[in-house]
Design a protein around this ligand. Structure first.
Ligand SMILES: [Mg+2]
Length: 464
């Protein structure tokens, strides 16, 4: 049996038309997936699906990066590759010519994530297990073989990782049962987008409480007076017992982060997320020290395990926010889960976008069963967008993720979505513009209106 194809699709959703997903740095995202579909000649009907998440322009660049990995897979033995996904990961990450484009960060690393995650999807489907369960049933030795310890051994050695996994063995079957009956805690970001007015914020806060959430998150960082007012509305609506996290999406310099969050402190923010550049490890440590006991969270734009290692070594974060498709897929996220366990820091994944909830739930559930063994202070982000496009969408019940039971990584999009939202020729993008949000049919390649130094082209100009 060999791999016969690696197909790529540029899938974009016109989310900017409703300001869904709007924050201080990303005012008009069009949630997108550079989507991968891996085929074999096994004749068992199984395909591997995966994707890199982007927010519109550049999704074609991401797709091109994925295409550069095609020669690594097509024609290779399915059994050999799936049996050694640690070795295959190293082949991709250590390609010396492609590595030059990073190293181990950005578009090329995200491309590897898409392919590696699609292979995990295929492996789990062939095993007849949801990914979290497949991983939880692997031995500690098999799991550490998936991890590249290069650059980690000053903080976490292979032997320490093995010990963490062995220590987590007792009770795993009970935790699996607990997960299946109770699910995993979630929090919701749906009320908090920056583009929503006060009335919508108030209504969505009430809905979140009615749905059973005990934590919500608000986007902040564009205007201090607005943030104080919106935090006040959220706190008044939710009461004192609901955790309200805030997220600045990298908007601030270090001193500004400190002064801004001090202004919000009277409203008891639970954590402050992405206060500054994700590369600024020392800056995060400074902010954490100055703002304690307010907790710092980051990770959705942390490029790789090496940056996570430094954030943990410097006590710069209280929560590790893994993302399923920014670092190089399942393998690198296992490394990060192990690092977090070593430092005793809870993992609270980033999700939302399109499909990120579907993917990352598996990693948190694996963490609970086989790595940290705990749900204490652990929550998975939930955003109520675009789940209808997936064959096996997430299910939220009483503010918790229901453990998926369908085989695979929950990554498979519905076939009609892959047709309708194909960019730029699918019917959603080829349709006439909707006037109210100022969007155009070619919105995703039109530079943002009014952005500094960007000339806004007339709407009728076709963008190549
Ligand atoms: Mg965030």
């Amino acid at each position: 049996m060999i791999f016969t194809g690696l197909d790529i699709a540029d899938i974009r959703f016109p989310t900017s038309r409703e300001l869904d997903g709007s924050d201080a740095m990303n005012p008009d995202p069009d949630y997108s997936a550079a989507y991968v579909l891996i085929r074999t000649d096994a004749g068992d009907g199984h395909e591997g699906h995966g994707f890199a998440f982007t927010i519109g322009r550049g999704n074609d660049v991401q797709a091109a990066a994925i295409a550069s990995l095609r020669p690594y897979l097509v024609g290779r033995s399915v059994e050999a590759v799936l049996a050694d996904l640690g070795g295959f990961w190293r082949e991709l990450v250590h390609d010396s010519q492609l590595r030059w484009l990073g190293p181990e960060k950005g578009v090329m690393h995200m491309a590897i994530a898409a392919v590696v995650n699609a292979l995990w999807d295929l492996r789990a489907k062939r095993a007849g297990l949801p990914l979290w369960r497949l991983l939880a049933r692997m031995s500690p030795e098999e799991l550490v073989d998936l991890v590249d310890f290069r650059y980690l051994s000053d903080a976490l050695t292979r032997d320490e990782a093995l010990q963490i996994l062995r220590d987590a063995r007792p009770g795993w079957a009970e935790r699996e049962e607990h997960l299946l009956s109770e699910g995993f805690p979630a929090y919701t970001t749906s009320p908090g987008w920056l583009g929503y007015d006060d009335e919508k914020l108030r209504r969505l806060c009430k809905e979140a409480l009615a749905d059973g959430f005990t934590q919500i998150k608000l986007k902040v960082g564009a205007d201090l007076a607005d943030d104080i007012r919106r935090m006040g509305i959220a706190r008044q609506t939710c009461g004192p017992d609901i955790r309200i996290a805030v997220d600045a999406n990298q908007r601030w310099d270090v001193p500004q982060a400190i002064s801004w969050v001090r202004e919000l402190a009277p409203f008891d923010p639970y954590w402050i997320e992405e206060p500054t550049s994700p590369d600024d490890v020392v800056g995060h440590a400074t902010i954490a020290r100055e703002l304690a006991p307010v907790r710092i969270a980051t990770g959705e734009h942390v490029a790789n395990r090496v940056v996570f290692k430094q954030l943990l070594q410097l006590d710069a974060i209280s929560y590790v926010q893994i993302d399923a498709s920014r670092v190089a897929g399942v393998n690198e996220n296992i490394a990060i889960l192990l690092l977090a366990a070593k430092f005793g820091v809870p993992v609270c994944p980033h999700a939302g976008g399109v499909g990120l909830c579907e993917l990352v739930q598996h990693l948190s559930m694996f963490d609970y069963v086989a790595v940290s063994g705990s749900m204490q202070d652990r929550v998975i982000e939930y955003v109520d967008h675009l789940h209808e496009h997936f064959v096996d969408p997430v299910v939220i019940r009483k503010g918790r993720y229901v453990a998926p039971t369908a085989p695979g990584f929950s990554a498979t999009m519905r076939p009609e979505t892959l047709t309708e939202y194909a960019y730029p020729d699918g019917p959603v993008w080829a349709a006439p513009a909707t006037a109210e949000a100022g969007a155009t049919a070619n919105g995703a390649t039109t530079p943002p209106t009014g952005a500094p130094g960007v000339e806004t082209p007339p709407a009728e100009v076709a963008v190549p």
